[in-house]
Design a binder for this molecule. Sequence first.
Ligand code: C2E
Ligand code: MG
Ligand code: MG
Length: 254
Amino acid sequence: LRRALEREEISILYQPIVRLEDRSIAGFEALARWDHPKLGRVGPSEFISIAEEIGLIVDLGMFVMDRTARQLAIWQQSMRHRGPIFASVNVSSRQLLRHDLIHDLRSVLSRSAVARGTLKLELTESLVMENPEHAAQMMHRIRELGAGLSLDDFGTGHSSLAYLQRFPFDTIKIDQSFVRTTNRGTRPVLLKSIIAMAHDLGMDVVAEGAESDSDAVELYQLGCEYAQGFAFGEPMSADAARRLLAEERLEAAQ
Ligand code: C2E
Ligand code: MG
Ligand code: MG
């Protein structure tokens, strides 16, 4: 895995996050892949935990953050006709608990001219709850530097509602298990309440795992403003993402 990073076998795919109101692209989430010379393409669930164990996650995380910020700056420069899109990057606990994250983030932001607040870091509940005091401190510094903060996989961890108010998240990403219909064909009852609660706290809501058009329609009716999922595009190369943005521009001009 160490060598993979040096040999540039780690690539980044970008999955669109869509504004449900008009289905325009609001941003992308960066998702790491390992193109192994023998095993082929390996997903993050197979190597992120290993990278965490051996401490490589710091370098890997920095790589993803830097690449994504550069990519985001290119997209934003080529689309000055519309509001800036955002890009979000997943952050592991090992990264958040190290003070160097602030230093790394500062250098990433100084190298790439991205609009303020449009590079977002995605944290999970479990990671934040490991050390809430320290996490809160780090998160305030991250926001001060001009990065955004999303709470990833909401609903799968402890969901400590009291803490939600204390942490400076601008976005909540609702886990796919809450988005998917149950075997009786209905959405989990909590979905509507989670969306309302996030809005009361002044946060935007992204629904993860929107796989069908009916998912998208219903999410919009429930007041959810953004969605991500196979209904709007699978994780794709930076080039494919650029083509998608260009197509959208053409359609808007017609
Ligand atoms: P995540 O951050 O919750 O990312 C969303 C995952 O859901 C992605 O899996 C994505 O491909 C998948 N997904 C998107 N739309 C749909 C859908 O409509 N249906 C279904 N069933 N799945 C969908 P992926 O790419 O395998 O990533 C898995 C997890 O690995 C991520 O979950 C994230 O926690 C972690 N991860 C990925 N890249 C990185 C990274 O660069 N750093 C760190 N620390 N973690 C990463
Ligand atoms: Mg994520
Ligand atoms: Mg997630």
